[in-house]
Design a protein around this ligand. Structure first.
Ligand SMILES: C[S@@+](CC[C@H](N)C(=O)[O-])C[C@H]1O[C@@H](n2cnc3c(N)ncnc32)[C@H](O)[C@@H]1O
Length: 356
C-alpha cells in the first residue's frame, strides 16, 4: 500500500523524516510512530460496531501526518478523542493492565488504538477524566469487560514476517509433512491463536494450497483459528480485505487467492476449506490439539503479563505433536522455559517441540 492513505476525513502522508505536527489528524495524541502504517477499515470504511474509522500506526520511523480537513472525523463530536491526554491514558493503562493479566509495555507503541477507544468510552459515559473512569471501574465490575475489549490490538496482515512463512514453506512444513506421509497420516493440524480478521490463518491456507499441496497432494489442512473478539471473527468469516493487507503475499498467490478486482477483494472459496473460526480467550481456554503447527503471534508474548505468559507457554507446547512447531511474533521472545522447545530456524521466532 502506497501513501497517501485516505482515512475517513484525514490523510496520512509517510515521509522519510519529520515529526507529526501535533494533535489534529484523526484526533490522535502524539507521539505518532509512522513508517509501517496499517489502516483497518471495516465495511464501508467503518469498523463494525464502532461507528467510525479505526486505524493505527506503528513502528519507530518518523513520518508526517496532515489532516486534509479541519473538521473532526465523522462520528466524533469534536474533541471527543481528547477527553483524555496521552499521559492520562498511559497512566490508566499502567494501572489497569495488570488487573486484566496484561502488561502495559505491550501497548506502548500501539496505544493510539486503545486510547482512542477509551476516549470515546469516556465521552459515552459522560466522564471528563481518566480519574473518573478509574472510579467507575472500581465501582462497576462489568466495566472491566469493556476495558478488556478495548485492549485488543487488531493489527495484522497477510504473510506478515515473510521470512517466517518462507522457511515454513521451504523447509519446516515439508519436513513435517514427510513425517506424516511416512506414518500414513493425511491431516495437517494447525491452530492460529489470536487470528485477528483472518489474515494469519488464511495465509497458512494459501501457503498450504499453493506452496505445499503440489508436493503433498494427499495432505489435508485442518485449521482452527481463535480470537477473543467476535467482531474480528466476523470479518474473518467474511474474508474480504483492503488490498494493502495483501501487499506481502507473493504476487502470484495473491492473484490466485483474491481473483476479484476492486479495492476490497474477497478470498476465493477454496482457500476457506478446512478452516474454522472460534471465539476463545487464550487466557482461560485453549484448543485441545495436538497440532503440527501453532501460531501465537503478537498476542500472548506481547500483551500478557509475564506470569500469564509463563502459564500459557507450557500449555501451548503440550498441544504440539513431537517435532511440532510454535511460531511467535517477530518482536517477541518466550519467557523462560524448560527444554521442551528448541529453535527450529536460527534466529527466526519458530520453535520445535523436542521429542521426549
Ligand atoms: C495484534 S493482533 C495479531 C494478529 C496475528 N496473530 C498477527 O500476528 O498478525 C492480536 C490479536 O489477538 C487477539 N487477542 C488479544 N487478546 C486475546 C486473548 N486473550 N485471547 C484471544 N485473542 C486475543 C486480538 O483480538 C487480536 O485479534
Amino acid at each position: 500500500m502506497e501513501p497517501p492513505f485516505r482515512i475517513g476525513e484525514a490523510q496520512v502522508l509517510l515521509g522519510p523524516e519529520g515529526t507529526a505536527p501535533g494533535k489534529g489528524a484523526c484526533g490522535m495524541e502524539p507521539p505518532f510512530h509512522i513508517g509501517e502504517a496499517q489502516v483497518l477499515l471495516g465495511a464501508g470504511g467503518h469498523r463494525p460496531g464502532e461507528g467510525h474509522v479505526e486505524w493505527s500506526l506503528h513502528s519507530a520511523s518518523a513520518g508526517r501526518m496532515f489532516s486534509s480537513d479541519p473538521r473532526p472525523p465523522p462520528g466524533t463530536a469534536g474533541g471527543e478523542v481528547h477527553a483524555m491526554t496521552d499521559r492520562d491514558c498511559v497512566e490508566l493503562l499502567q494501572w489497569a493492565a495488570p488487573r486484566l493479566r496484561l502488561r502495559w509495555e505491550g501497548f506502548r507503541r500501539v496505544r493510539g488504538q486503545v486510547c482512542k477507544r477509551l476516549g470515546r468510552r469516556l465521552k459515552a459515559l459522560g466522564l471528563s477524566s481518566a480519574a473518573e473512569y478509574r472510579t467507575r471501574l472500581e465501582a462497576d465490575p462489568s466495566e472491566w469487560d469493556v476495558l478488556d475489549s478495548f485492549c485488543r490490538v487488531t493489527i495484522s496482515r497477510f504473510y506478515r514476517d515473510h521470512r517466517v512463512f518462507d522457511v515454513l514453506r521451504d523447509d519446516l512444513l515439508p519436513a513435517l509433512l514427510e513425517q506424516s506421509r511416512a506414518r500414513g497420516e493425511h491431516r495437517f493440524r494447525v491452530w492460529s491463536a489470536g487470528c485477528a480478521s483472518g489474515e494469519e490463518p488464511y495465509t497458512v491456507s494459501v501457503l498450504f494450497q499453493m506452496g505445499l499441496q503440489p508436493r503433498f497432494p494427499e495432505a489435508k489442512l485442518d485449521l482452527v483459528a481463535t480470537d477473543a473478539d467476535e467482531a474480528l471473527l466476523e470479518r474473518a468469516r467474511r474474508g474480504c480485505y483492503p488490498r494493502g493487507a495483501l501487499r506481502e503475499l507473493p504476487p502470484e498467490w495473491a492473484a490466485a487467492a483474491f481473483p476479484e478486482p476492486g479495492p476490497e477483494p474477497c478470498l476465493a472459496p477454496r482457500f476457506r476449506e478446512g478452516l474454522t473460526f472460534l471465539r476463545q480467550d487464550l487466557r482461560t481456554e485453549l484448543q485441545d490439539g495436538p497440532f503440527h503447527l501453532v501460531l501465537c503471534r503478537n498476542v500472548a508474548f506481547t500483551y500478557f503479563a509475564p506470569p500469564l505468559q509463563r502459564e500459557v507457554l507450557p500449555k501451548l507446547v503440550a498441544r504440539l505433536v513431537p517435532d511440532g512447531l510454535l511460531v511467535i511474533g517477530g518482536h517477541e521472545s518466550l519467557p523462560e522455559h524448560d527444554t521442551d522447545l528448541e529453535r527450529a530456524a536460527g534466529p527466526l521466532p519458530v520453535f520445535r517441540r523436542r521429542r521426549s
